[in-house]
Ligand binder design. Structure first.
Ligand code: ZN
Ligand code: ZN
Length: 349
């Protein structure tokens, strides 16, 4: 990794140790950070904005690339802008088969062709799949030349992937892939994405689960419910909640489920969460809403979200969802730029 010195590292590591650090964080490193590499909003001038999602999740001694964005060139530019060494990542998680999450995979493979990639296992899906040959009906009365495989099929039939030489491990069901690191596998039943399988990344820490979601097509509430089976304490959710076209009442229900039912402590929404949902979550979470525009690094240190350190200015007071669009057109609706300026003096310590 590059020397991305931020408040967390500055506070927890001696400056000399940071400068002398090798290219990756030691396994014993207690906390970590999530860096947003791909999204369509943000204030970091070095990053390109585009629809899609990707994040580097550094946690529990692992460096995990979660999704790869919508355009390989933009993804490559953003990786470069953040000085990320793709040869040092431990593995890739592809949340689902939509192109705004996987188009950068070719760039990843051009740099690191053997990296382990976890992806959802779907029948005849682009990440590859397999079925026992018993799945199809046989007819013993046919001559061999009319039968599949001359009547002697392999026990398991493998179906191809768009990245034939890639080291892809298709994930069929919720699986703990490393100690404390679980891929939650759920299936969407929403019209338009019926049967689409999606993986979400749940990392269990001493302070609760850190949950990263791609598009949350199976439903953010269902994903969070699955995560609470690992640990009922949900410390943070980052990523796309797929409420980008949801009406206000659906948004209100989702916000209430996250805050009141599941008691999710901190929230860092991005991608397909939707502008009105950003507004509703900001209002509900105040300084526990962590701004997650492209280029932002969210520290996962012990004080996360408790004192507003990462809160980006005060909650919007007295507004309603209908006024959000007007607000969003203002130069600095959430006080992000102002907060950034205040912090900038500290961020290069
Ligand atoms: Zn999607
Ligand atoms: Zn998406």
């Amino acid at each position: 990794m590059g020397l991305r010195i931020n408040l967390f590292f500055a506070a927890t590591l001696a400056g000399a140790a940071v400068l002398a650090a090798p290219t990756r964080i030691a396994a014993a490193e207690p906390a970590g950070q999530i860096t947003i590499l791909y999204d369509a909003f943000g204030t970091d001038a070095a990053m390109k904005k585009d629809w899609g999602f990707s994040a580097l999740v550094e946690i529990s001694g692992k460096r995990i690339l979660f999704d790869t964005g919508n355009d390989a060139d933009i993804f490559a530019a953003n990786i470069k802008a953040k000085h990320i060494d793709l040869t040092s990542i431990d593995f890739v998680v592809l949340s689902h088969r939509h192109s705004d999450h996987m188009a950068g995979l070719n760039h990843v493979l051009s740099v690191n062709p053997t990296v382990k990639i976890y992806a959802p296992k779907e029948g005849f899906g682009i990440y590859g799949s397999s079925l026992p040959s018993s799945f199809y009906r046989k007819d013993e009365s046919l001559p061999p030349e009319m039968r599949y495989y001359d009547g002697k099929p392999p026990e398991v039939m493998k179906f191809g992937t768009a990245w034939q030489r890639a080291n892809i491990e298709p994930i069929d069901k919720t699986t703990e892939i490393a100690p404390g690191i679980t891929l939650i596998a759920l299936v969407s039943d929403a019209p338009g994405t019926k049967e689409l399988k999606e993986l979400s990344l749940a990392v269990n820490t001493a302070d609760g689960v850190v949950l990263v979601v791609g598009c949350a097509h199976p439903g953010i509430e269902k994903i969070v419910e699955a995560a609470t089976a690992i640990n009922p304490r949900i410390r943070l959710i980052a990523g796309g909640f797929h409420l980008v076209v949801a009406p206000d009442e659906v948004i209100a229900k989702a916000v209430s489920a996250l805050k009141d039912t599941f008691k999710v402590e901190n929230i860092a929404p991005g991608h397909c969460t939707g502008e009105p949902t950003f507004a509703a979550l900001k209002k509900a979470y105040g300084d526990r809403y962590l701004y997650a525009g492209v280029g932002t690094s969210l520290p996962l240190g012990p004080g996360m979200g408790t004192g507003g350190r990462r809160g980006e200015g005060p909650a919007i007071e007295g507004d309603d969802l209908a006024s959000y669009r007007k607000l969003a057109q203002r130069e600095d609706p959430f006080g992000i730029l102002k907060a950034r300026k205040l912090r900038s003096g500290l961020s290069h310590l």
